[in-house]
Design a protein around this ligand. Structure first.
Ligand SMILES: Cc1cc2nc3c(=O)[nH]c(=O)nc-3n(C[C@H](O)[C@H](O)[C@H](O)COP(=O)(O)OP(=O)(O)OC[C@H]3O[C@@H](n4cnc5c(N)ncnc54)[C@H](O)[C@@H]3O)c2cc1C
Length: 575
């Protein structure tokens, strides 16, 4: 795997373009006043970056070299810049503008757990800071060292630790090293007929350890579970020794230590490996497209599917604005495509449930398993879709979505080049809360666009359905106003309004993107003051020297915990 772009997403040779999507340019111009032909801003050149000399004592360097071998220790400028942050919008804007923040002083690349143990010993002895690095794709500010950190900062890039160590075929679990990236992990498992079934949109550039440390969720989570469900056991190198949990199906050993590691963002130690569920590669895998007349009926259908005997692997439905955006990103249609789409529009126009085609919502439902299983599932879902006024549109839209989902992440860089800011915020809530949550969030985003005097766009999809509720995933974009202050401050107002609407509506601050520093200010409202105090006690107890990725999730204690514990106040933002 090549190194990620230092200023943006993914591989150097891949870029998003409107050139092959005839409707996209007019759509962006109409919806957010964007002139797609005008590249307004490019990242500063790497040579123009101001990169301070690393702080690394001869003693610590010697200890780290002894741990990983001199060839796996780097103070190279590009290495340090790539390892400084993740890929949140704030990370990208600052990196592109040459504001690099507190760079790590050194990047080390361990080859196994023994190396991690030696690194940890060296870090604690030298009172340095260690930040585990997987693929660097988090979007919650989970990697950046505090701006005022005066100790040596060591980025531990675990990418060399990428092996599937063992598959227990009887138990359908596999031991896998934490640095395995999605494609490498799946290739090794597929060769033996297995899959983990975890496919986040960042799959190509993220790692098992990163998924666990952020409580990630993949597109097929309805069948395979989120990473928190499929992780059976962990091994974590901590200052107190190596934490090992057993890969049992469940256990009654007090509060779950495994769960404490899930979502810990490097604050408890470095995950060296995990034992995860694996499944036999399914005989069939189909993603079908459906159209619903409007969002209300689309949501109701997803809820009914979750309550039914159907067990799809994917349930995802876009609201009307996201559906219009999806249609606008279609590649140039062939004559046959045009004919089909005209036929469909005529058909929908005549179908009583589809009144205003602008309100139409596009859904994908995925089915996996044996031929008979897939056929039964399709039938069950088909009935529910019809009962909610929807209709099936076959496999081509689903196949297209499946193919392009790993390319879509490149669109943020494309928009930034044109001066527009685009980002996402996602949450989860009980089924009964979802309709009002949706209205509140869309209202909050549009209200803020209006306050800023910009024409912004906000869109949403539901994905990841559960017994009790689902995830709503919002995307927003706008061209900052020239008169409303720095663009990043305008972005912060929109993002904060959305996040605040989440917690005010009874939803969580994030379903799968973690807390980091981006979302930490809403943590107390989400989990209550004693919840924050519990996390702080856990981190302080395991890491008394504050050597492990300090400042993420909760910062240092800022004020006494409220006695009533009703979670009503705001937590202070971590350093
Ligand atoms: C375009 C895009 C699409 C995305 N799509 C999804 C999606 O569909 N689903 C989803 O869940 N997320 C998604 N994300 C977010 C991101 O990919 C996830 O948070 C992912 O789990 C991060 O993994 P990583 O290997 O890149 O970790 P990193 O970004 O390197 O690290 C994330 C955090 O985990 C810690 N960490 C990493 N490895 C270890 C380890 N071995 N031991 C201890 N701590 C460790 C780091 O210190 C840091 O705090 C997306 C991000 C982008 C930019």
């Amino acid at each position: 795997m090549g190194q990620m772009k230092w200023w943006g997403w993914g591989d150097e040779e891949i870029a998003f373009t409107h050139a092959d999507k005839p409707e996209l340019g007019p759509f962006l111009e109409r919806e957010i006043d964007l002139e797609v032909a005008r590249v307004a801003s490019r990242p500063v050149g790497f040579d123009e970056l101001e990169i301070p000399e690393p702080t690394l004592s001869a003693e610590l360097r010697a200890a780290l070299e002894a741990a990983v071998g001199p060839e796996h220790l780097s103070t190279d400028a590009l290495d340090r810049v790539v390892h400084a942050r993740g890929k949140s919008l704030r990370d990208l804007v600052r990196h592109r503008g040459g504001d690099l923040g507190r760079l790590p002083d050194v990047v080390v690349r361990p080859g196994g757990e023994e190396d991690l143990v030696a690194i940890m010993r060296a870090v604690v002895d030298a009172d340095a800071v260690v930040i585990p690095f997987g693929g660097g794709t988090n979007i919650s500010g989970s990697l950046e060292a505090p701006a005022d950190e005066d100790r040596t900062v060591i980025s531990v890039d675990v990418a060399r630790m990428d092996r599937v160590v063992e598959i227990d075929e009887d138990s359908r679990i596999a031991r896998i090293q934490a640095g395995a990236f999605g494609p490498a992990l799946e290739a090794q498992l597929n060769a033996r007929g297995f899959t983990v079934g975890h496919f986040p949109d960042s799959f190509t550039h993220s790692t098992l350890g990163g998924w666990i440390a952020t409580r990630s969720s993949g597109m097929q989570s309805d069948k395979y579970g989120d990473v928190a469900d499929l992780t059976r056991a962990v091994r974590v190198v901590t200052p107190a020794g190596t934490l090992v949990t057993r890969p049992v199906p469940t256990t009654s050993t007090g509060p779950s230590v495994r769960e404490m590691v899930l979502g810990s963002e490097g604050r408890l130690g470095i995950i060296s490996e995990a034992t995860v569920h694996v499944h036999r590669v399914p005989e069939r895998r189909v993603i079908l497209g459906y159209l619903f007349p409007d969002w209300r009926r689309a949501l109701a259908a997803m809820r009914a599917i979750a309550e039914s005997d159907a067990a799809p692997s994917v349930t995802r439905v876009s609201d009307a604005p996201e559906t219009r955006f999806s249609f606008a990103t279609r590649k140039a249609p062939t004559a046959v495509d045009r004919l089909k789409s005209k036929g469909l529009q005529t058909f929908l126009g005549r179908k009583a449930s589809f009144g205003d085609l602008d309100q139409m919502c596009l859904a994908f439902v995925g089915y996996e398993g044996g031929k008979a299983h897939v056929a039964t599932q399709r039938k069950l879902v088909g009935k529910i879709v019809s009962a909610h006024g929807g209709l099936g549109i076959g496999s081509s839209p689903g196949e297209l979505y499946d193919q392009k989902k790993f390319d879509t992440p490149y669109i943020r860089d494309y928009l930034l080049d044109r001066g527009a800011l685009a980002d996402v915020s996602e949450t989860s809530a009980p089924w009964a809360t979802l309709p009002v949550l949706y209205d509140n969030v869309v209202g909050a985003a549009r209200g803020t666009f209006s306050d800023l005097g910009v024409r912004g766009y906000v869109m949403c999809h539901l994905s990841h359905s559960y017994h009790a509720g689902a995830c709503l995933y919002f995307t927003f974009a706008f061209l900052p106003s020239p008169t409303a202050g720095p663009g990043i401050d305008q972005y912060d107002r929109v993002k904060s309004a959305i996040q605040q609407a989440f917690v005010d509506s009874g939803a969580t601050l994030s379903h799968h993107h973690a807390v980091g520093t981006e979302h930490a200010r809403w943590l107390e409202e989400d989990i209550s003051a004693p919840g924050v105090a519990m996390l702080r006690a856990l981190f302080d107890g395991m890491d008394p020297g504050a050597n492990l990725n300090p400042g993420k999730i909760v910062g240092p204690a800022a004020r006494p915990v409220a006695a009533d514990g009703d979670g009503g106040g705001r937590a202070s933002q971590p350093a």
